[in-house]
Ligand binder design. Sequence first.
Ligand SMILES: NC(=O)C1=CN([C@@H]2O[C@H](COP(=O)(O)OP(=O)(O)OC[C@H]3O[C@@H](n4cnc5c(N)ncnc54)[C@H](OP(=O)(O)O)[C@@H]3O)[C@@H](O)[C@H]2O)C=CC1
Ligand SMILES: Nc1nc(=O)c2c([nH]1)NC[C@@H]1CN(c3ccc(C(=O)N[C@@H](CCC(=O)O)C(=O)O)cc3)C=[N+]21
Length: 296
Amino acid sequence: MAKIIDGKAIAKKLRAVVKAQTEQLKQKGVIPGLVVILIGNDPASEIYVRNKERAAEKVGVNARTIKYPASATEAEVLAKIEALNQDEQVDAILVQSPMPAQFNSEVIQAAISPAKDVDGFHPLNIGKLFANRSGYYPVANTPRGIMTMLKHEGVALAGKNILVVGRSILVGRPMFALLERANATVTLAHRYTPIDTLKLLAQQADVVIVATGVVNLIQGSDLKAGAVVIDVGINRLADGKLVGDVDFSSASQVASAITPVPGGVGPMTIATLLQTTVELAGQHHDIEMEQAWQNI
Ligand SMILES: NC(=O)C1=CN([C@@H]2O[C@H](COP(=O)(O)OP(=O)(O)OC[C@H]3O[C@@H](n4cnc5c(N)ncnc54)[C@H](OP(=O)(O)O)[C@@H]3O)[C@@H](O)[C@H]2O)C=CC1
Ligand SMILES: Nc1nc(=O)c2c([nH]1)NC[C@@H]1CN(c3ccc(C(=O)N[C@@H](CCC(=O)O)C(=O)O)cc3)C=[N+]21
């Protein structure tokens, strides 16, 4: 039986560190400000927005959500982003994805100032990540939170064989870059990966990270004994239950460690979002902060 990785508990530790950081900033008169823009109604986004507001309050980040109906125009959202880019109280801006069809997400992502780009979606920040540049720049919070989790659990990455399933700009691609940077051998699978190939790749992987939104895509029989399984998926079943992309009951028989849904990656995404917000506030006001979360 696998160890169940307690994302909630690790997120709580991370939040405590972030809270200490916000207190340092407050002593210098800075309250970190995060603005989330939600257009339309995506169920996973709504869960995210609700949980984020609660967590922000706990650590002393000033967070607010601006909601637009699904019928909103790109021009009005771009005008709002421009105003937020100029607003001295705002350190971090996030536009929830997916966006309604009339939006070009590339245009929106490039409009957010790279210095306030808390999702790490701006082409400049993505470019730095993939070029493995030194210095500080924001990186997508879900993959970054997963790295924190793997470190906390003592999972070795250098030289390991890692399978990432899903290649979105939100999860799969930055996950690939961070794991490669940690000297793992990384395979990135997607919709065009034949299912038989996907299963063969999974069988060879020391760590399997699944971010597709496909219920039960990976089962216990697909895994190598002792593999570490990170389930990013958030799927709402007809009965209202929340499940991931991995068949938890069979996978937990074969894996050495596995993240549950809920209570795994989700809480880490939120704590990491607050971490990045506080870092951006520190950068914005030129305040040096201790990097205490190295040791959580
Ligand atoms: N827990 C958390 O903190 C977070 C959870 N999520 C959840 O994670 C999931 C993925 O999110 P996101 O990356 O934004 O989703 P996207 O829909 O943007 O991307 C899904 C990816 O999965 C791939 N895919 C789809 N079907 C298959 C398949 N049958 N086999 C292999 N690959 C497949 C797609 O391939 P292709 O590119 O070829 O289309 C695509 O790359 C969702 O359930 C989302 O709600 C997301 C962010 C944070
Ligand atoms: N620009 C952008 N950035 C994102 O990071 C982003 C996004 N758009 N769009 C939507 C997805 C989804 N996402 C979630 C984060 C946390 C939980 C979360 O808190 N999950 C809890 C749920 C607990 C519950 O409330 O039931 C858990 O898994 O335990 C869920 C989903 C971030 N996303």
